[in-house]
Design a protein. Structure first.
Lengths: 272, 309
């Protein structure tokens, strides 16, 4: 897929996200829209995965530690063919396999249950340690949110990743700067994140988190003997003008007017 | 004469033996390998041992990662820091997805003694009991500890093993069955049934001796498994004896006594009393002194039995 096709795919995935949230009338649009390109870089470009064989032994493991952004993950998985596209419209409904937060026991393609912040990166650490122990060559990617960095568990896991020299382990930060109660700086300042991760022993990269080429370049840069950290600078609510960089859209579903407006911006006309 | 041994040493030895037989077993600890005795496994199989540092929450989630990679991790630390501090990690990352993680959590209950209330886990059974799919073993002696470790490895899903610290006499035999979810009747009796677990088993047997001297025939039942719970056995003993006394080295809320009460309520008119720690924290002291101060003694169990007759 070339850059132009990927950008048009990103728009289509964002439209799927908005429609899912509108139909379920609940969920988290802001952080879902901000991590679309991060997920695409993995699922469309870098990660070794097979939608026809979701539990392939040697697949790369992708852990969406910021589990509340799962509408983005579900949109990607459906597009990749892990399950029928129309399943997306049952997000968060009773008997749907698409739970409010990712559930590996229900959804094909979800590698790890997440949603309780901090735990995904820590489970991913265990996956990476186990892969090293088994001398397997698959890689583990953990996508964390910036608000999530306030969880102490993130730093416990990060300390261990460097200690065990996990060069099969990449932490990708969706750095949109906002969380439920406001900006990171208002709620609990994160300080110099790059310096922190460097001090924790990671090889660190900073990229435009909406530029797939840049993310892929960082993902493909080889590291040896240490884990990798990629700070992806993003916009919460990316792609929908009235949600863009607005923390009010962290966990609120659009009403009908907002839905029609958002879909129009994403190139989809909704019949009124 | 049967062998006496600390249950944590029995745990360490069992891990070494299990590790020899099952190459998928790995062991994790949070900087307490010399106290939980996982250090014995580390010495034998250094490549299969992972020290996670003083970071219990991370150890539990990482253990889930090992389990999802086809391995069988045994994660150990003190019971309070495992079941307590890392409760939500165990709940969401392990129990919620039935991850195949085993917990050998030591220094449970008042038997930690001198370390005091901050280190005495008297609520771990309550915390683990509310988790769907969790199996809970409370071994009473070195042999049962070994059986619990081997049984845990055969179960597909999380298993909590409560490992007590003190040196304990061996009171079961190699032939004593250890069937998960099935209580063992250690002594028959028709007047009152003492349902006990872990370190309270020897006290219960002593209490039965004391009662026998007064002509009271007390049954003693070993609930080595707290979950899944042997409700059939509780109802059978209730019908047979008409009086039930539970005994546990745990808060009187949420542990064995509560499990028995949940079975009896609405199903039996048997008289019922509980011996346990009465909604209080522990404190420093020698284990025997603490057991006495908190009523975890044969004398108190016998007293409670007589109170029902």
């Amino acid at each position: 897929m070339d850059t132009e096709m990927l950008n048009s795919k990103a728009k289509q995935l964002r439209a799927d996200i908005i429609k899912m949230l509108y139909l379920s009338q609940s969920g988290h649009p802001g952080g879902s829209l901000s991590c679309v390109e991060i997920l695409m870089s993995l699922y469309y470009k870098v990660a070794k995965v097979d939608p026809a064989n979701p539990s392939m032994e040697n697949r790369d493991r992708i852990v969406l530690s910021k589990g509340h952004a799962c509408p983005a993950l579900y949109a990607v998985l459906a597009d990749k063919g892990y399950f029928p596209h129309e399943d997306l419209w049952n997000l968060r409904q009773i008997d749907s396999h698409l739970q409010g937060h990712p559930d590996m026991t229900k959804t094909p393609g979800v590698d790890i249950n997440t949603g309780s912040l901090g735990q995904g990166i820590s489970i991913a650490l265990g996956l990476a340690m186990a892969a090293k122990y088994k001398k397997a060559d698959y890689k583990i990617y953990a996508i964390v949110g910036d608000g999530e960095l306030q969880e102490g568990l993130v730093w416990e896991a990060s300390m261990a990743a460097a200690h065990y020299k996990l060069d099969n382990f990449t932490v990708m930060l969706d750095h949109n700067g906002l969380q439920i109660d406001g900006s990171n700086d208002q709620v609990m300042s994160l300080g110099d994140i790059m310096a922190k991760y460097k001090a924790f022993g990671f090889e660190c990269f900073k990229v435009d988190g909406h530029n797939i080429d840049e993310i892929v370049a960082a993902l493909n840069t080889p590291v040896s003997g240490k884990p990798k950290f990629i700070c992806c600078e993003t916009h919460k609510g990316k792609g929908v003008s009235f949600m863009d960089n607005n923390y009010g859209w962290h966990g609120k579903a659009p009403n009908r007017d907002e839905y029609i407006m958002a879909m129009k911006e994403l190139g989809v006309t909704v019949n009124e | 004469m049967s062998e006496s041994k600390s249950l944590r040493v029995a745990y360490g030895e069992a891990l070494v033996e299990l590790g020899e037989k099952n190459k998928n077993v790995v062991v994790m600890d949070a900087d307490l390998a010399h106290a939980t005795m996982t250090g014995m496994f580390q010495e034998k199989y250094p490549e299969r041992f992972f020290n996670m540092g003083i970071a219990e929450a991370n150890m539990m989630c990482a253990a889930a990662g090992f389990a999802h990679s086809g391995l069988i991790p045994f994660a150990s630390t003190f019971a309070l820091f495992g079941a307590g501090r890392a409760f939500e990690q165990i709940r969401n990352s392990i129990s919620y997805v039935n991850a195949n993680v085993k917990f050998g959590l030591s220094h449970s209950g008042l038997c930690v003694g001198e370390d005091g209330g901050s280190h005495q886990s008297i609520e771990d059974l309550a915390l683990m009991r509310v988790l769907p799919g969790m199996t809970i073993f409370v071994p009473c002696d070195p042999l049962e500890t070994k059986k619990a470790v081997f049984a845990a490895a055969e179960i597909n899903g999380p298993v909590y093993i409560r490992v007590a610290r003190p040196v304990c006499d061996t009171i079961t035999t190699p032939d004593t069955p250890f069937i998960p979810g099935k209580a063992n009747i250690m002594r028959e009796g028709k007047d009152v049934a003492i349902l006990a677990t872990g370190l309270m088993i020897p006290e219960a047997l002593k209490a039965a001796d004391m009662l026998a001297a007064e002509g009271i025939k007390a049954a003693v039942v070993n609930f080595h498994t707290i979950k899944p719970f042997d409700a059939d056995c509780v109802l059978k003993m209730a019908e047979q004896c008409g009086a039930i006394v539970t005994a546990e080295e745990h808060s009187i809320i949420g542990g064995l006594g509560s499990a028995v009460a949940e079975v009896l309520a609405g199903n039996s008119s048997a008289k019922f009393a509980r011996v346990g720690i009465k909604d209080k924290f522990g404190k420093s002291g020698k284990p025997a002194e603490l057991f006495k101060a908190y009523g975890l003694t044969a004398e108190n169990i016998a007293e409670k039995c007589k109170g029902l007759l």
